[in-house]
Design a protein around this ligand. Structure first.
Ligand code: FAD
Ligand code: NAD
Length: 474
């Protein structure tokens, strides 16, 4: 292990070319690792090829929430024909939502870079690609207006690769007409007919937003399940509700081609189905690790289409000085911000250790799709628990008639909680309904820290809250 190099300000550092650590990316994983390293007096360079801040803050979780919150509010107010509210005409104002969203995203790039610099991180604008096991070249990037410096090489013995993911390329004829989630979040208006490719998170969340806005929405999934990582019964209930809201679904349906019509519409052709004419097609067909321009083979870093090959300490299996985390690592976990945060914590502890001892712990990390209403999951599904030979009781109910649910004005709700018979521990929690996005975090805490179901039942939670409903679920 090398001693740390003498620390100087990031402005002096930027003219240097040798660092203790080079971090690639500036999303939730990268920022935390860089900060942790400078706090231990290491010299750190961070390279980003777009605006600083990463997907979650600029093009994902946070801006998305402006739209999904508004859609949910719209549905709650419209419930029961909107008769508990006096309003002439209620509709989502897309332009206002877009400018409100920008209030959150526009300050991010400057704020992120300034904060990194204040902490002592030397920041570089441009596309990073490896030259050899200890060298990265930073090329000007067309995606970042601040990336104007000529290509230059920087060196380190340690690297943290946190480059995130990008939409999976689709190869059928006409796929070039499809817009991705970044572009959806920048649409200045939504047209009348919108088709979403894929039936996962993005299509279900944005599909609900578009429908609440008033568009005709069709979601096309090639598999037989929508939101396949969530409990099947909760998803079925949500899909039935979504159909009542007017969203159309086609499962086991493959797109053959998209043809541009005269005017601004498209005709979408399927292998076993009637074509549909729409005005906009949106990509929700999954994301893949963003590795294609990193030239990983020059540094002998092994990877597959699932991401950079890492062990449980998140160290590359082929290069001892390289760690990878978040969406671009083959860590066996879903591509979610809390996973990127956990990876960052672990890499921050391991990256300068002689022997990395910290291991990623994904137990009890919840996932939520922000549909109207949200659907949430943590721990094992019924199928996973059975496969593991666990004996468990199932507590499950459609709670659409519960008072708390009716008062929230969206009567689509339910739960399924799996409790291990021998220990009384919760092994899985699957929730649907307004408030489920927060309820699930309490189950996550119980699963991560092995708090038995009976403790949740005995807890005098503030009342009336959705959390207090948990006592009735276990
Ligand atoms: C529409 C959408 C909504 C989402 N909503 C949620 C949500 O509600 N909750 C949730 O938990 N997760 C959500 N996610 C997922 C979440 O955004 C990601 O899991 C998270 O951002 C991953 O963090 P990361 O640090 O691994 O990568 P990122 O945040 O993607 O950051 C990677 C950075 O690396 C940069 N980069 C890539 N290649 C290079 C290179 N060669 N050189 C230099 N820089 C490079 C990229 O420009 C990017 O800024 C959403 C994602 C999308 C697309
Ligand atoms: N709330 C959240 O946490 C949130 C929100 C949005 C995105 N994300 C993250 O971003 C990732 C990407 O989101 P996503 O919705 O694009 O992916 P996803 O993995 O959630 O769903 C993709 C779906 O598209 C289907 N598909 C793939 N190719 C297809 C094709 N040609 N035709 C029809 N269907 C096709 C797949 O079978 C799958 O069901 C998510 O996996 C998640 O990790 C998270």
């Amino acid at each position: 292990m090398n001693a740390a190099t003498t620390f100087t300000s990031p402005y002096q550092e930027r003219t240097k070319s040798q660092f203790d650590l080079i971090v690639i990316g500036s999303g939730p994983a990268a920022k935390t690792i860089a900060r942790e390293a400078v706090q231990s007096k290491r010299s750190v360079a961070l390279v980003e090829n777009r605006e600083f801040g990463g997907t979650c803050a600029l093009r994902g979780c946070n801006p998305k929430k402006v739209f999904t919150n508004a859609a949910l509010l719209f549905d709650q107010i419209s419930f029961d024909e909107g008769k508990r509210f006096e309003h002439q005409k209620l509709e989502l104002n897309w332009q206002e939502l877009l400018s409100y969203k920008r209030q959150f995203t526009e300050p991010v790039a400057k704020h992120t870079e300034e904060k990194l610099n204040d902490q002592g991180v030397a920041t570089f604008h441009g596309q990073a690609s490896f030259v050899d096991r200890q060298t990265v070249e930073v090329h000007p990037s067309k995606n970042d207006p601040a990336s104007v410096d000529p290509a230059r090489r920087i060196h380190a013995k340690r690297f943290a690769i946190c480059v995130g993911a990008a939409p999976r390329p689709l190869s059928f004829p006409g796929s070039g007409w499809i817009i991705n989630s970044d572009e959806f979040l920048e649409q200045t208006h939504l047209p009348r007919r919108v088709l979403f490719v894929g039936g996962g998170y993005i299509s279900m969340e944005f599909g609900h937003v578009a429908r609440s806005y008033g568009s005709d929405v069709t979601i096309v999934e090639q598999g037989d399940r929508l939101l396949s990582g969530f409990d099947h019964d909760m998803v079925d209930q949500l899909v039935a509700w979504s159909k009542q809201k007017g969203i159309r679904f086609r499962t086991e349906c493959k797109i053959q081609a998209i043809k541009k019509q005269s005017g601004n519409s498209f005709l979408v052709h399927f292998k076993n189905n009637q074509p549909i004419e729409v005005d906009l097609v949106v990509h929700g067909a999954g994301r893949i690790p963003n590795l294609d321009r990193l030239n990983l083979s020059a540094a002998e870093i092994k990877f597959t289409k699932r991401g950079i090959a890492v062990d449980s300490s998140l160290r590359s299996t082929s290069h001892d000085g390289v760690f990878a985390g978040g969406d671009c690592a083959n860590n066996g976990a879903p591509m979610l911000t809390p996973i990127a945060n956990e990876d960052a914590y672990v890499i921050g502890k391991n990256v300068f250790a002689d022997q990395p001892t910290h291991r990623a712990n994904y137990r009890g990390i919840a996932a939520v799709a922000f549909t109207c209403p949200p659907i949430a999951t943590v721990g094992m599904t019924e199928e996973e628990a059975s496969e593991q030979g666990i004996e468990f009781d199932i507590h499950t109910k459609d709670t659409s008639t519960w008072g708390s649910v009716r008062k929230a004005g969206l009567t689509c709700a339910g739960y399924k909680i799996l409790v291990e018979k021998s220990s009384g521990l919760i092994v899985g929690a699957h929730l649907l309904g307004v408030g489920s996005e927060d309820q699930v975090n309490l189950f996550a805490l119980a699963i991560r820290h092995q708090i038995p179901a009976k403790e949740l039942k005995a807890m005098p939670f503030a009342y009336p809250t959705f959390t207090a409903d948990i006592k009735r679920m276990v």
